[in-house]
Ligand binder design. Sequence first.
Ligand code: 3PG
Length: 322
Amino acid sequence: AGDAKIAPVGFLEKYPALTTGFFFFMWYFLNVIFNILNKKIYNYFPYPYFVSVIHLFVGVVYCLVSWSVGLPKRAPMDSNLLKLLIPVAVCHALGHVTSNVSFAAVAVSFTHTIKALEPFFNAAASQFILGQQIPLTLWLSLAPVVLGVSMASLTELSFNWLGFISAMISNISFTYRSIYSKKAMTDMDSTNLYAYISIIALIVCIPPALILEGPQLIKHGFGDAIAKVGLTKFVTDLFWVGMFYHLYNQLATNTLERVAPLTHAVGNVLKRVFVIGFSIVVFGNKISTQTGIGTCIAIAGVAIYSFIKARMEEEKRQTKAA
Ligand code: 3PG
């Protein structure tokens, strides 16, 4: 049993780049499946607050079972750590629910195009909330991102304000999540950390789901869904979407532990490229030429922005070292 434990660790140490590549691949893979299954559910069961609770609930049960068998061993929690994690988890919950309200309201590709603006919100937060000076060149490099998303939005066939605004709120929430995450840097491993964040986020998501969707769900929500697809498919879809949601987020956190935050942010945008592409193919969404061009400009803009930012950080490091 000892050998079996040592072998994988040796492999991870021996081929770190391969392991990181595998983490990225799994993160993308799980995310694409999550996005497709999730939208299929919204097409017959349009209750994003409730489905968001299910995503987190399945993840929490998975974490509790994992802890109970010691894989991983549960890290201890204390009130100080809890105080640091609560804001991270509240932002995680808010960003999660608002992303899902948008997924349910518009095409998946459109929500992810808006979510490609996240680096822009991060830059704005660094300057206006954290007081860090963002150089003008970096701001200018974000112009194509804003232009691309605007172009894409203006002719998006599935456009509606609910989908647009909630995806924007999710950008703000996830930006705050990254600010609070920096303050909550701990020695805890990423798997344990994400497990605790999921538990707190689940508690946060339950009341709005009950208040906003509870009565409608009981009246016809569940009944309609079961009439359309049958009980077994309804329950298995909810179970798997929750598993994929939890695993892709856990993989995303594990990947963040292995690479620089900027690499992670770029990786996250690249992930959206895959999701946009696959969702258009799977759902056969029609997109106008302007939306297609706008989406490409936005994504290319994020790539340029990340490149300039990486170069600036490298220069900063070199001046510090000199
Ligand atoms: C969610 O449900 O929280 C969204 O899928 C989040 O999207 P992201 O992880 O791609 O930002």
